[in-house]
Ligand binder design. Structure first.
Ligand code: MCN
Length: 787
């Protein structure tokens, strides 16, 4: 039964990518196609006194200039709020986001007008000619300034810049701190950065003579985009088809409906011609949703023997100017606080989360959402506590960890960890990294004036996010999944899913699941995703949900088909279904060699020659499975980084990087390894390089890859990887998600390693990224330039 699950099946989807035979939106051409370029605000906060498009319209080839004022009554604004009554905060406000700015612009890069022309060049030239009469207003750039009395309001109609204020607690926190022998207090700031997929956002819309709209868009969740476009345009959903073709990476950035998608559909309808928009990189850095950016005050109380007694966390998130749709921009700080307990037995915890609107780009989700920050913070606090208690940091962690026999475990803030192996993973990772031998190597290096450090990053990864987790959080929409498995008369199998793979390898892993159920080869499974016309309604791919949610639906549908194959084969062979096995495309009578019928013959009978079926059996060989997954399935891992820090240049070299991860039943170890390594690369970007920097007037100063640095092969070391498999009791065959984990653990391990290397200078890492200047300051605490 499990010939393929767990096997290193080669990725079926890769050959055509390697040959460059792809279908990205950017490469699509339609007859009479027009192009959009957006006029974007150069001001962080400015009133729009008027827009003069005459010069642009006079340019031959420019077809139309659209402004926010004329669209305000036609397109509903973006922003899908939480249901605040379910999760009662003291304050919760969700700003409305018009597709094009109306009245004023609230961040640099906000679209204020759209120029549609016969070529991209003409559209860009037209956009340059649009004259906007601006009245600059005072901008709020820092979240603390935004909530100070008298701050300029980003949205006057809200009456405040404070958009979320919510708190909660569990246990007896006051007592925990009263009883503590040691209290560690730190202020952390997560760096604003974002996904920067290789393909930016892109969208192409066309309308047929009957008014049916087709939109090809670079999206992680096509069905949802279709539903929201229908809502926002006030247009019948059945007349909209969304196709998400090849997507060159999403990493959480593309699990939204965006204004440019709705606008492309609207422009195509008005102009009765296909309309395309492809984001350029500067536009992407300015305007595609940013991530992280929160200030967190964390306190942890410890007993003299190192027992973690309690914690407090006070978070102020910078949400940027608007709230993204459907995941509100306030998700990031909420999840930061939710995840602080991590793999540790924290019984007393009080948290307070606020979010503020500022004149910066909106905050969205990026690989890990809140979890990379939470892991960095709990691990850095463990390091600091260990130093002060003169304990080994690994021993302190082990003392406080939830042991494998203590699962299932309910955290102080109500998360129900289904299973896990944190302490085993840490022990294994430390052994692989030669943690015991490291101190001698470190001491020897220090004698030569070299600074080595080792850091541990433990974390729990929340994966799946089913509707039964989201609904109590106030999220109105469900997150189930659906799949159909269908045979054609010649025995070919077609698999249609509601998720969307954009690098994760779903064709391969889902085909492995199908193959094990119905005895075909994975390479023979035709895979269809990303087209609302041909796939069942699903919620796309984000939150490391596909293996549990999509996989649950795929296995469910394949099992139903399997049962029918067995029933039909039993009839054809005149035996009982219980006597049959499906092996290598044959349905065989167990214990009777040679007595078999091929799966192809069964399909032929069911789909083509139904008179061969048993009495009462319907024709066809197809099943659909809708599957509501468990609320959350928890993976865990330990990352160990060994670094060398050059204290004069501030440069960091990663000497070794070890990961031991547990994502339950592994479907394909090669694909999981790819996910982990890719995630680690992303986490290295978070820890060392990536930073979207605004100046005090709200200008983004990192608007090209010269200023916004991402990790390259020169920075990312080989990752030494091992697995533990603790099956989840909640998912269909014990699998847990893994797509974000690499990005969660790496910043924690690297920050701890750099702090360890620079321990002689009393360094602690409470701000990221660890750019050379920051590292230099950590190594020169008393230098006049250290500030
Ligand atoms: N898998 C497996 N066995 C497991 C767990 C997972 O074989 N026990 C396989 C799955 O079958 C799937 C892959 O690993 O092929 C990732 O599965 P999963 O953890 O369910 O994550 P998703 O497929 O839902 O992908 C989403 C996740 C997220 S949230 C981000 S962000 C991210 C990531 O995936 N974005 C990515 N990895 C990415 N990889 C690429 N190349 N591009 C992105 O945009």
């Amino acid at each position: 039964m499990t010939k393929f699950i767990g096997a290193r099946v080669k990725r079926i989807e890769d050959p055509r990518f390697l040959r460059g035979e792809t279908s990205y939106v950017e490469g699509m051409q339609l007859p009479r196609m027009l192009h959009v370029a957006y006029v974007r605000s150069p001001h962080a906060h400015a009133r729009l006194r008027g827009i003069d498009a005459r010069a642009a319209l006079a340019l031959p080839g420019v077809r139309r200039v659209f402004t926010g004022a004329e669209l305000a009554d036609v397109l509903r604004p973006l922003g899908l709020p939480f249901r605040a009554d379910v999760f009662p905060p003291a304050v919760y406000k969700c700003p409305k986001w018009p597709a094009l700015a109306v009245g004023k612009a609230r961040y640099v890069g906000e679209a204020v007008a759209a120029v549609v022309a016969e070529s991209r060049y003409l559209a860009e030239d037209g956009a340059e000619l649009v004259e906007v009469d601006w009245e600059p207003l005072g901008a709020v750039v820092e979240p603390e300034d935004a909530i100070a009395p008298g701050a300029p309001l980003v949205h006057e109609e809200l009456g405040t810049n404070l958009t979320l204020d919510v708190s909660g607690s569990g246990g007896d926190v006051e007592r925990a701190f009263r009883d503590a022998a040691l209290v560690v207090r730190e202020r952390f700031r997560t760096n604003r950065h974002h996904a920067v997929p290789m393909e930016g956002r892109a969208t192409l819309a066309a309308v047929d003579p009957d008014g049916n709209v087709t939109i090809w868009t670079s999206s992680q969740m096509p069905h949802f985009v279709r539903t929201r476009i229908a809502d926002l345009m006030g247009y019948p959903e059945q007349k909209i088809r969304v196709v998400s073709p090849d997507v060159g990476g999403g990493f959480g950035l593309k699990n939204y409906v965006i204004a440019e998608e709705v606008l492309a559909c609207h422009f195509a309808r008005v102009l009765r011609a296909p309309v395309k928009w492809v984001e350029d990189r500067r536009e992407h850095l300015l305007n595609a949703y940013h991530s992280r950016d929160a200030i967190a005050d964390v306190e942890m109380a410890f007993a003299a023997d190192g027992t973690l007694l309690g914690a407090r966390m006070d978070v102020l998130g910078d949400s940027g100017a608007y709230s993204t749709d459907p995941w509100p921009s306030t998700f990031e700080p909420l999840q930061l606080a939710l995840a602080l307990p991590g793999p540790y037995k924290l019984r007393n915890y009080a948290w307070h989360v606020r979010a503020a609107c500022t004149n910066k780009a909106a905050i969205g989700t990026y690989r890990g959402v809140g979890l990379p920050g939470a892991a960095w913070m709990h691990e850095q606090m463990m390091e600091l506590a260990a130093q002060r208690l003169r304990m080994d940091p690994a021993d302190l962690r082990r003392k406080n960890m939830i042991r494998p026999d203590e699962f299932p475990y309910t955290t102080v803030n109500g998360l129900e960890y289904d299973s896990g192996s944190s302490s085993d993973a840490m022990d294994k990772a430390l052994a692989m990294a030669d943690y015991r031998g490291f101190r001698a190597r470190q001491a020897a290096a220090r004698r030569q004036g070299r600074y080595l450090g080792i850091g541990i990053g433990n974390y729990i990864e929340m994966t799946t996010f089913g509707s039964r987790f989201l609904a109590p959080m106030g999220v109105e929409h469900g997150a189930y999944e659906a799949a159909s498995v269908r045979f054609n008369p010649n025995g070919g199998v077609e698999l249609c899913v509601g998720t969307h793979s954009h690098g994760q390898g779903h064709h391969t892993t889902y085909a492995q699941m199908v193959a094990d159920q119905i005895g075909v080869d994975p390479a023979d499974v035709r895979f269809l995703q990303g087209d609302t016309q041909g796939t069942p309604y699903g919620w796309g791919t984000w939150g490391s949900r596909s293996v549990v949610s999509g996989g649950g639906a795929v296995i469910g549908a394949a099992r139903k088909v399997r049962e029918k194959i067995l029933r039909v084969a039993a009839h054809l062979l005149e035996v009982s279904p219980g006597d049959l096995d499906i092996v290598d495309g044959q349905v065989r009578v167990r214990g009777v060699p040679g007595r078999a019928v091929s799966v192809r013959e069964v399909a032929r009978a069911a789909v083509f020659a139904p008179w061969k079926l048993p009495p009462g059996e319907d024709p066809g060989l197809e099943a659909v499975q809708y599957y509501d997954p468990p609320p959350v399935v928890y993976s865990n891992a330990t990352h160990v980084a060994e670094v060398e820090v050059d204290v004069e240049s501030g440069a960091i070299a990663i000497r070794r990087f070890v990961v031991v991860e547990d994502c339950g039943t592994v479907i394909n170890p090669t694909i999981v390894a790819g996910q982990v390594v890719g995630g680690v690369a992303a986490g290295i970007g978070t820890a060392l390089l990536e930073h979207l920097v605004y100046d005090e007037s709200g200008q983004l100063v990192t608007t090209s890859f010269m200023d916004y640095l991402t990790p390259t092969a020169a920075v990312v070391p080989p990752v030494e990887l091992d697995h533990i498999e603790t099956p989840s009791p909640l998912s269909v065959i014990g699998m847990k998600g893994t797509g974000e984990g690499g990005a969660i653990g790496a910043p924690a391990a690297l920050a701890a390693a750099v702090a360890d290397a620079l321990a002689p200078f009393g360094a602690k890492v409470t701000s990221l990224p660890l750019a050379p200047e920051r590292v230099w300051r950590l190594a020169h605490p008393r230098d006049a330039f250290s500030g």
